[in-house]
Design a protein around this ligand. Sequence first.
Ligand SMILES: C[S@@+](CC[C@H](N)C(=O)[O-])C[C@H]1O[C@@H](n2cnc3c(N)ncnc32)[C@H](O)[C@@H]1O
Length: 235
Amino acid sequence: MNTTWTEENSKDFIQYGNDFVPYRAEQQHIISELIKPLPSSANVVELGCGAGLLSYHLLKEYPQATVYGYDGSPTMLDQATRQVGQYQDRFRTQLFDLAAIDWRQPAFPVHAFVSSLVIHHLDNAGKAQLFSDLYQALEPGGALVIADIIQPATEIGFSIAAQQWDTYVQGQQYEDAYQIFVQDHWNYFAYPDEDPIDQPSTLPDQLNWLREAGFHSVDVYWMFAGHAIFGGRKK
Ligand SMILES: C[S@@+](CC[C@H](N)C(=O)[O-])C[C@H]1O[C@@H](n2cnc3c(N)ncnc32)[C@H](O)[C@@H]1O
């Protein structure tokens, strides 16, 4: 079984991910609000930009900003470049390995880091170190906003998240997509031990690591079906 994200995973996610991510538009809106205020000509880095949906939203919302889309998958970066379309002149892509440290001292000022459904690929220690490195890399006043699946602390937490996610996808009326969701055991909360790529951490742990890294105003802004939006700000 794979322990890292593959190009095959990228193709599946491009095809179905959008149907499976709960309230994607609402999540994008919240993330976009949370990185305010941005200076003019701000630089925003999206870690694991995937097919570029969030980057596109941010480029549209912030017409002066440059968005850096980092991802480990060439398939995703190609798709992201197509997705941002008319905003390509303010979008820069970079192949990266989330777990590596070579990209963590950017050669340009970063006013916000955002990330959606990626950081759960790091283990506990990897997340804590990442938060610390992102804090160092951010400009004063900058924000880190993370949308991700989180590890429930209890069995009932798993059960509630699994049920909410299943009901959500079923209700989207994409009959084929729901079949794939069920057939491929996409619901992490129903099959938590099946895929070693996924290593979500509990939300309280992640909030603590953010505080320990130096972030203030650490908070959770949205949560549904085991998906949370949380983050903090640098003084
Ligand atoms: C579940 S997708 C999410 C994509 C996008 N952020 C979204 O919300 O639709 C996970 C993304 O993380 C990238 N990824 C996974 N592990 C990675 C790693 N170790 N280094 C860099 N990118 C990685 C994948 O290529 C993929 O684009």
